[in-house]
Design a protein around this ligand. Structure first.
Ligand code: MN
Ligand code: MN
Length: 291
């Protein structure tokens, strides 16, 4: 079963690849329960569950030029992880390829955005999360997963990040964010106004030429994605997230899927993460081909 150690249909060489998968088996900053370091390999295993043909677009994923770089080393400190992920992904962006980063805890996402070249077209970030992740520092660590949106804001600017699906915040984060001004759309607002209107609102706010999606799997309701470190009720549905991907696809240049924790998963969380990664590939290909 050697093939299960790579992402499904990752048949391209790195040179010819349009999409590049990288796993980061790092969960040292999780605040409640660890296990996300096992996420990348569980997501890869479940990626083999699906048919390669996509019913909606007519695209077959076996046609996608996808390469799997495997996992990074198991870094000790968050600082070492940040440096390592940046170094792996900078050449991926430089070569015009689309990175798909599999976490790992959400601390692994900022270096993926930080690796985006400063002289490339402007970048906005759709940040899907139950939490605001907006602490300046958490337990003495500014690279904690509780600080990830804040680190991303420092790279792309507060007006170029929109958080979707929030329903768990500290008063300090909200007060702090009032001065910094990173927009967010709560899960409750999405439930009231509908996902289509919410996503349209978010996309209208992001005036950048390109988009990046950072998906903390806990954005999705624990009914669908219980296999995560900090499950939070009243979340998005998988279809809501698919809608975000579909709408963002024409401008999308990169994706991460974080916080899948296999020790708490019956398999459905990993399957969902794998399927969403495949949805992103199909949708990006479809928009490039004008379908
Ligand atoms: Mn997060
Ligand atoms: Mn979260």
């Amino acid at each position: 079963m050697a093939h299960l150690s790579t992402f499904a249909d990752a048949n391209a060489s790195l040179e010819e690849a349009e999409f590049v998968v990288l796993g980061v088996p790092f969960d040292r900053t999780t605040s409640f329960r660890p296990g996300a370091r096992f996420g990348p390999d569980a997501i890869r295993q479940h990626s083999w569950n699906f048919e390669s043909y996509d019913l909606e677009t007519g695209i077959d994923l076996s046609e996608a030029k996808l390469h799997d770089l495997g996992n990074t080393e198991e870094f000790g400190s968050a600082e070492a992880m940040v440096r390592g992920v940046r170094e792996e992904l900078a050449p991926v962006y430089r070569a015009g390829k689309f990175p798909i980063l599999l976490g790992g805890d959400h601390a692994c996402a900022p270096p993926s955005v930080e690796a985006y070249p400063d002289d490339a077209p402007s970048l906005g970030v759709l940040y899907l999360d139950a939490h605001l992740d907006f602490r300046a520092s958490y337990l003495g660590d500014p690279r904690s997963h509780a600080c990830s949106s804040r680190r991303i804001v420092e790279k792309v600017g507060a007006r170029n990040v929109v958080v979707l699906g929030v329903r768990s915040v500290s008063r300090e984060e909200v007060d702090d964010n009032r001065t910094v001004g990173m927009p967010f759309v709560s899960a409750h607002e999405i439930a009231r106004e509908g996902i289509q209107a919410s996503v349209q609102r978010a996309l209208n706010m992001l005036k950048t030429e390109r988009l990046y999606i950072s998906l903390d799997i806990d954005a999705i309701d624990p009914a669908y994605a219980a296999g995560t470190g900090t499950p939070e009720p009243f979340g998005l549905t998988p279809r809501d997230v698919k809608h975000v991907f579909d709408q963002a696809a024409p401008r999308l240049v990169g994706l991460d899927i974080m916080e899948v924790s296999p020790p708490y998963d019956l398999g459905n969380t990993s399957a969902l993460a794998a399927r969403l990664a495949r949805e992103a590939i199909v949708r990006v290909l479809a928009s490039r081909r004008g379908r």
